[in-house]
Design a protein around this ligand. Structure first.
Ligand SMILES: O=c1ccn([C@@H]2O[C@H](COP(=O)(O)O)[C@@H](O)[C@H]2O)c(=O)[nH]1
Length: 283
């Protein structure tokens, strides 16, 4: 059901509720060519529609959020983006939160345009939240942070990404690392939050959460929802994640794409894989 910015609760409040009601799982919609083939589908925009509708049908009432990987829609050009618009609208109707994984970041004037594309009411690509890259400087994200706050939407800022190459930038500085500065900047954005989760989150890969401790980073101090991709196909398990995130566990929204999507094309198979993953995270 759609509602206007003035009626909408903050993204942090809506995510807190969804995680309480449904458990801490975000299901990624990543229509990789290999998965499309495994599902018996062509590598075209019509197949993206079938793929994404099946994922929504299987998960929209049980996952806390869904996360379309924008690149895998973009590779089909305007038709792929058209399917993404449909999927975001359908998710909104079905009442599941959306995270557009676009990792946008640019100088402020261009960031304003990205913000309007993904975070403005009435935009065809409007999602509940957007992933952004702070590596042009945290303040370059200001247009997105401001528009998200105005429209009751959320932002997930890349801090410690799940890929091994991320360390060459994010870990630089040791105890005063680049990642630590990003996490402190996000904590500042959430400084008015006293309970539940803030609307400005962090991306902390499920495969690298233990590194935060080594870098002396205080994740619980940020009040940030922690979007943690890497569960499943990248090797992280629910048990690893609980241990590695430690006191920050209640803030973690684990994300799995291929680990669940490989259970398709049947909606029943996808649903069973999703329920099993949620239960492993709650166990
Ligand atoms: O640090 C990051 C940030 C984003 N991702 C994205 O999450 C999914 C992971 O897919 P799996 O199939 O579950 O491995 C994918 O869209 C990535 O681009 C990430 O993996 N790590």
């Amino acid at each position: 059901m759609s509602n206007s910015a003035s009626e909408r609760r903050s993204f942090g409040a809506r995510l807190t509720q969804a995680m309480q009601d449904r458990g801490p799982l975000c299901v990624g919609i990543d229509p990789h060519p290999a998965l499309l083939a495994q599902w018996g589908l062509a590598d075209d925009a019509a197949a993206l529609r079938t793929f994404s509708h099946s994922v929504l049908e299987a998960t929209a009432d049980i996952a806390a959020a869904i996360k379309p990987q924008v690149a895998l829609f973009e590779r089909h050009g305007s038709r792929g983006l058209g399917v993404l618009e449909e999927i975001l609208a359908e998710a909104r109707e079905l009442g599941v939160l959306t995270i557009a994984d676009a990792k946008r970041g640019d100088i402020g004037s261009t960031m304003q345009a990205y913000a309007e594309a993904w975070l403005a009411d009435g935009s065809p690509l409007a999602a509940d939240s957007l992933t952004v890259s702070p590596y042009l400087g945290f303040e370059s994200l200001r247009p997105a942070l401001d528009l998200a706050a105005e429209t009751g939407r959320g932002i997930f800022v890349l801090a410690l990404t799940s890929n091994p190459e991320g360390a060459s930038v994010q870990h630089v500085g040791g105890q005063d690392s680049v990642a630590r500065r990003i996490i402190e900047a996000v904590a500042q954005e959430n400084s008015r939050v006293t309970a539940g989760l803030g609307s400005v989150g962090l991306v902390v890969g499920a495969t690298v959460a233990a590194v935060a401790r080594d870098l002396g980073i205080d994740l619980p101090g940020s009040f940030a929802p922690l979007l943690a991709p890497g569960l499943g196909a990248q090797g992280a398990t629910a048990t690893d994640m609980r241990e590695d995130f430690g006191h920050a566990w209640s803030q973690v929204l684990a994300s799995s794409s291929r680990g669940i999507l490989k259970a398709g094309p049947s909606v029943e198979g996808l649903r069973a894989a999703t329920l099993e993953t949620i239960s492993s995270l709650q166990g």
